[in-house]
Design a protein around this ligand. Structure first.
Ligand SMILES: C[S@@+](CC[C@H](N)C(=O)[O-])C[C@H]1O[C@@H](n2cnc3c(N)ncnc32)[C@H](O)[C@@H]1O
Length: 231
């Protein structure tokens, strides 16, 4: 499914798992924590949460800490990243998380989730598939929250954004060679993606309501959210 996008993800993220925490901070202009906090502010007393593309588990573990009575399931495509997450859960004795190694587009679970979260996956997937499958796994009244990068619309913000990625490419060349492919290819992925418009459209087509777009970081990221109507 979406074979070329899945291959792209493997190419981009190869060898980056152990340094991911530092690099997500740098890539997002230091805003990753703030953006995740905005997403978490949308979550109220969850019981079952599915965290798509959980990576090393930054958001997964934050939710597990905040809501110890909730069960959080992370889904991740790359074993390299999931190994980091599993090691962290074991080292910290975090018991209310579990992990699935899978393409998030192919995950089908019998559980019904009151929240399905994701940071940085929408640009890498076929949203007709992902939103349809996730809408089916939401409990009545449950929320789907998708967050990812965006290409800023304002010319001044665009200039800053383009300069930022030039600096990131330089940083990869001089200090983080494992990130060279990522910073060579990621800017064009972000320039070309239509994930915001596509998510809004697919949420509507799959019966989600109260669909909203929250722009973040001068248009350099966004959250798109929608709710499954209560039965
Ligand atoms: C930038 S990282 C984000 C990790 C985590 N969500 C966070 O915010 O820290 C993107 C992650 O998405 C994963 N990913 C991309 N496409 C995926 C897919 N189709 N299914 C599951 N995981 C995917 C990648 O392997 C990578 O670990």
């Amino acid at each position: 499914m979406s074979e070329s996008k899945v291959e792209l993800v493997h190419t981009l993220f190869h060898g980056t798992g152990s340094s991911y925490g530092k690099m997500v901070h740098l890539t997002t202009f230091g805003q990753d924590n703030a953006w995740k906090k905005r997403l978490l502010a949308r979550i109220d007393a969850p019981k079952r949460v599915l965290d798509l593309a959980c990576g090393t588990g930054i958001l997964t573990f934050e939710m597990a800490r905040r809501w110890p009575d909730a069960r959080i399931t992370g889904v991740e495509l790359r074993a390299e990243y999931l190994d980091e997450a599993r090691a962290h859960a074991a080292a910290e004795g975090i018991g209310n998380v579990d992990f699935i190694l899978s393409d998030a587009q192919e995950v089908r679970l019998d559980d019904r989730f009151d929240y399905i979260t994701s940071c940085y996956i929408p640009k890498y997937v076929d949203l007709t598939v992902l939103v349809r499958n996730m809408a089916a796994m939401l409990a009545p009244g449950g929320w789907l929250l998708l967050q990812d990068f965006a290409y800023p619309a304002e010319p001044e913000a665009r200039d800053q954004w383009e300069r930022h990625f030039v600096k990131l490419r330089e940083l990869a060349r001089t200090r983080y060679p494992d990130w060279g492919t990522m910073f060579d290819l990621l800017p064009d992925v972000i320039r070309k993606t239509r994930w915001i418009e596509d998510s809004v459209e697919q949420m509507g087509l799959n019966g989600l309501v109260d669909v909203e777009v929250e722009s973040l970081g001068w248009g350099s990221a966004a959250t798109v959210l929608g709710r499954k109507p209560a039965a």
